[in-house]
Each structure stands twice: as structure tokens, then as C-alpha cells.
Design a protein around this ligand. Structure first.
Ligand SMILES: NC(=O)c1ccc[n+]([C@@H]2O[C@H](COP(=O)([O-])OP(=O)(O)OC[C@H]3O[C@@H](n4cnc5c(N)ncnc54)[C@H](O)[C@@H]3O)[C@@H](O)[C@H]2O)c1
Length: 126
């Protein structure tokens, strides 16, 4: 069972990935841009688990759509975001970008996949 964690190299994502990897039914895909907020070193040593890291930007629609074309996910967990409040004061538009992408693209993807019964028909937003 494939699960996609977006922002899996961040504070919450790291814990969720480790949780999923305790259950051998899951193959965990971690899609993360690796910004200043990420801590990929904490995910070192996972070679023996069903774990795949993909470096990429969730706001790159073509990249994300290709990923969904090539892989089936049972669950998608969205944690990729700007999360530091102080930075939102300096540049609120950086924050809006990841939120906008989530609202417009993830909801759109869910709509078309559920509607067309394609291979990702079990896709759910958590
Ligand atoms: N940590 C908390 O206590 C808390 C509480 C409530 C809500 N949240 C929310 O949960 C989410 C995750 O929080 P967190 O603390 O793990 O954040 P975090 O900043 O630690 O991690 C965010 C991750 O998202 C990645 N990322 C950022 N922009 C990206 C992009 N465009 N494409 C791909 N990856 C990108 C970063 O590299 C990072 O690894 C955020 O939306 C946050 O606001 C967090």
C-alpha cells in the first residue's frame, strides 16, 4: 500500500513516516523540497524499509501530476508548507503559495480521480 507524505522531511512528517514504517504493509513516499525547515538527516538509514525519497516542489504542478500518473497512492498526507510564523510577516506570499497549491491542485486531483475511476480511485486527502 503506497502512502505519499508531502513535506515528510519536516517536524511532523518525520514522525509520521517513522510511524508508517512500523507497518510493513506500507511503502512510504516522501516528497519534500528540502527547505531550511527540513531535517532529512533524521531519515537516514531507512534503506531496509519500503521508503522512497523524492526531492521536489509541490507547487510545480507538472512535476506533481507526473508523479500521480506514474504511481498509485492509497493515502496522501499534506504537510509541505511554510510553517515559521516570523517568516510570514516578512513574506506572506511564500506562505500563500503552498496553501493555494493545496487548495486548487489537491482538491482538483481528488475530484478528477474520484470522478473518472482511474487507477488512483482510492485517493483520499488526510
Ligand atoms: N509543528 C506544529 O506544531 C504544527 C501545529 C499545527 C499545524 N502545523 C502545520 O502542519 C504542517 C507541517 O508542520 P511542520 O511543523 O512539520 O513544518 P516544517 O516546517 O517542520 O516542515 C515543512 C516541510 O515542508 C517542506 N516544504 C516546504 N515547502 C515545500 C514545497 N513547496 N514543496 C515540497 N516541500 C515543501 C519543507 O522542506 C519541510 O520539510 C504545516 O502546515 C504547519 O503549519 C504544525
Amino acid at each position: 500500500m503506497n502512502v505519499l507524505i508531502k513535506g515528510g522531511a519536516g517536524f511532523i512528517g518525520l514522525q509520521i513516516i517513522k510511524h508508517f514504517l512500523t507497518d510493513s504493509r506500507y511503502h512510504v513516499y516522501n516528497l519534500d523540497k528540502l527547505t531550511y525547515a527540513s531535517n532529512i538527516d533524521s531519515l537516514a538509514g531507512l534503506e531496509s524499509y519500503k521508503y522512497t525519497f523524492i526531492q521536489g516542489d509541490i507547487t510545480d504542478s507538472a512535476f506533481v501530476e507526473t508523479l500521480f500518473e506514474n504511481q498509485t497512492f492509497k493515502h496522501v498526507i499534506h504537510l509541505a508548507a511554510e510553517s515559521q510564523v516570523d517568516r510570514s510577516i516578512e513574506d506572506p506570499f511564500v506562505f500563500a503559495k503552498t496553501i493555494d497549491w493545496y487548495v486548487t491542485n489537491d482538491v482538483w486531483i481528488e475530484t478528477i480521480l474520484n470522478g473518472s475511476n482511474r487507477k488512483n480511485d482510492s485517493f483520499k486527502i488526510k
